[in-house]
Design a protein around this ligand. Structure first.
Ligand code: NAD
Ligand code: MG
Length: 330
């Protein structure tokens, strides 16, 4: 394992360079503002008249349409939604300078060949391990969110040095920049969000809620137990791993955890997780998702509506209305 820090950043890399950031959402805004505060000449590439363009201008940034923004930029960061990136690349392709660095914050489109970059470009990845608002906030406090770094195409031999200089500019070297590959970042990111973070965690909550409600317990009590209190546990895990959680829960909770955890998340669940990973590795997940996007997202919309119509959402809305401090606690 290789972790880069501030001392590994080349003083010459991207010196005096213009950096174009395409997209001004969660990551785009944080990267653009941090890079500007780090002394780079930053230009944001956005469609004319959109809400993001207004916001970027209000934040004091130079805003141009994507193709104009990338002209003369030594590094171009594509930070629009992953599904939009092939179209964004097609739009900027001919305007990209010779030997420019093309940077992504997630490897999907390169790894699954939805974008085939020009051969003269360096193609790199800097993926912060946190949402944009955290990347911005940590930077402002003199700290940094750790990042992953990878190089997919190194036409100039300077790809990695440029990527590292960019990571430094957004504060990443303060948190550590861990070396990976586009394949590893893409596959583990997809697996994490599907099996554990988004898919796994919400499904665990919903099934727990259903079991209690179907057994005749009040939905409100089931909500507190299965959803609301999850934050406490996640915070403990985040701060100090399993050991810190064990330190703060009761003896009875600990015994129940050790006894029933493996009963619920059993061998069968692990086998399903392995199946999810296989579908990611073989490209099946990507194929289906790309097709879903091209055919009007019908199944996606149906599944999403079903998730949002779950009874836990109704009881949750009512209970959260009594806890206005929840939003500020984040
Ligand atoms: P987002 O959805 O928050 O932002 C999208 C931005 O792109 C908006 O400003 C929108 O106006 C702009 N946009 C959309 N289509 C466009 C187009 N055709 N041309 C120009 N601009 C367009 O996106 P995000 O969540 O910041 O994700 C950006 C990248 O960062 C993705 O590759 C994502 O996988 C990666 N990433 C995100 C996170 C996260 O926490 N959100 C974490 C790590 C990596
Ligand atoms: Mg779900």
């Amino acid at each position: 394992m290789r972790i880069y820090g501030e001392k590994d950043v080349s003083k010459k890399a991207l010196k005096g360079a213009t950096i174009a950031v395409i997209g001004y959402g969660s990551q785009g805004r944080a990267h653009a503002l941090n890079l500007k505060d780090s002394g780079f000449d930053v230009v944001v590439g956005l469609r004319k008249g959109g809400a993001s363009a207004k916001k970027a201008k209000k934040d004091g940034l130079k805003v141009l349409e994507p193709a104009a923004a990338v002209k003369g930029a030594a590094l171009v960061a594509i930070l629009t939604p992953d599904t939009s990136q092939p179209a964004v690349y097609a739009e900027i392709k001919d305007a990209l300078g010779k030997n420019a660095t093309l940077l992504f914050a997630h490897g999907f489109n390169i790894h699954f060949k939805q974008i085939k970059p020009r051969k003269d470009l360096d193609v790199v990845l800097i993926a912060p391990k946190g949402p944009g608002d955290l990347v911005r906030r940590q930077y402002q406090q003199g700290r940094g969110v750790p990042c992953l770094i990878a190089v997919a195409q190194d036409a100039t031999g300077k790809g990695k040095a440029n990527a590292l200089a960019y990571a430094h500019g957004i504060g990443g070297t303060r948190g550590g920049v861990l070396e990976t590959t586009f394949a590893e970042e893409t596959e583990t990111d997809l697996f994490g969000e599907q099996a554990v973070l988004c898919g796994g965690a919400t499904e665990l909550v919903l099934k727990g809620f259903e079991v209690l409600v179907e057994a005749g317990y009040q939905p409100e009590v089931a909500y507190y137990e299965c959803l609301h209190e999850l934050k406490l546990i996640v915070d403990l895990l985040h701060e100090g791993g399993v050991a810190k959680m064990h330190q703060f829960i009761s003896e009875t909770a600990k015994w129940g955890d050790l006894l029933s955890g493996p009963r619920v998340i059993n061998r069968k669940v692990k086998t399903e997780m392995e199946g999810v990973l296989k579908d990611i590795q073989t490209g099946k997940f990507a194929r289906v998702w790309i097709r879903e996007n091209k055919t009007g997202k019908k199944k996606y919309t149906k599944l999403l509506n079903k998730d949002l119509a779950h009874p836990i959402e109704k009881v949750g809305r009512e209970l959260r209305a009594r806890m206005p401090w929840l939003e500020q606690a984040r």
